[in-house]
Design a protein around this ligand. Sequence first.
Ligand code: IMP
Length: 440
Amino acid sequence: MSSSVSAPNSTTRSATGARNAVVLGLQWGDEGKGKVIDLLAAQTQVVVRCQGGANAGHTVVVNGKKSVLHLLPSGILHDGARCIIGNGVVVDPLALCAELDELIAGGYDPSSRLMVSDRAHLVLPCHKALDAAFENKKGDAKVGTTLRGIGPCYADKVARTGLRCSELRDLPMFEKKLRALLIQVNEYLVHLGAAALDLDAAAKQIMPACTRIAKFVADTASFLHEAAAANQCFLFEGAQGVLLDIDYGTYPFVTSSNTGVGGIIAGSGLSHKQLGDIIGVVKAYSTRVGSGPFPVELANSKGDDIRKRGGEFGATTGRPRRCGWLDLVAVRFSCRLNGVDAIALTKLDILDTEASIPVCVAYELDGKRIDTIPARIDDLAKVKPIYETLPGWQRPISAIRTYADLPPAAKSYIAYIEKHIGVPVRWIGTGPGREEIVIR
Ligand code: IMP
């Protein structure tokens, strides 16, 4: 096994005694799910990704080398784990091959443990071209997507015009269908003022990767049901965060999938009975990449300071993340929607130097206090955060390994969060390293 983390003892695995667990981001993505997944995956036999695509970026360390996984489940770094890319994921063959190649170049080949759902949709060159064309057309109103073709691929899925991985079982027929789709998309591209794709060049670019990933394509839902019947232990990896959910996020500045438990069920083929614990990952402050209202944003030197200390630059696109104080309105909203059992609070150490720490406990909208996220984006853009200010601890916590040793002000910060959202904090991230975690 290439993972350098020591296997957690049995008490680290479960919040409620359940065998399985779901890990979800409860903010706008980038909560530090990779590290939590990595910790929990050590005791897992099957790791499943259920939604999103190569827009995700989970940072992990393999043989001392930092890697960013986009499509592969982070649990792939644990030798024992079978890794499933479920039907709800949109699979970019080029991105998947590049990721595998990077791991193989680092001396680690996980291919034998990987399966890709035959019902997962394929992200094709036309989807990436459309993503860019739509964003250009929107001008200032652009979503700020990762340009990975995610939205156009999900749009094709819903419009019933997409191509699924099962098509890769007959590659000559797949290429015919690919060319037909490209002809159709070229009409939109031209209409949007973008260049049409060269059919031969696009096919030449994508076919080798499609041929390579065809061998991973399988009926993953049946595999998962058999594994469940054999009492295997599952970990479901959420991607992005609940505030980017297509239904409950800050629409239209969202991604194009359900990023909560709904996406886990629809995107894996298992039922709600197999989910187990719902573990919500919350960063000790807030960040967001891309456009859209962000009530707690600190568009000032304090925001710059947090970005610098927290290394808040996109793992997928390298874009600087917008930073702000912890938004408990948002976190409570996400907890309620997903029946969260326990919280992993990450990057608490980034607040070490603060003398006092504001947390947003409600919003003011048109002179009224509200405690939930309004559906209308123009209302969300208008809300003003209402803060309570808590004392900081002003000392480094990265070397601390037990809850009892945390400074009293850090414990009060955690207790305040728990009281406000009604969910216990069970893991506390105190630094970037795998061992820098406090487990309660
Ligand atoms: P898309 O998912 O590429 O369509 O991008 C839609 C929005 O979701 C943009 O604001 C992106 O920045 C954001 N987004 C997508 N994936 C992630 C992620 O993994 N972390 C943080 N933001 C993301």
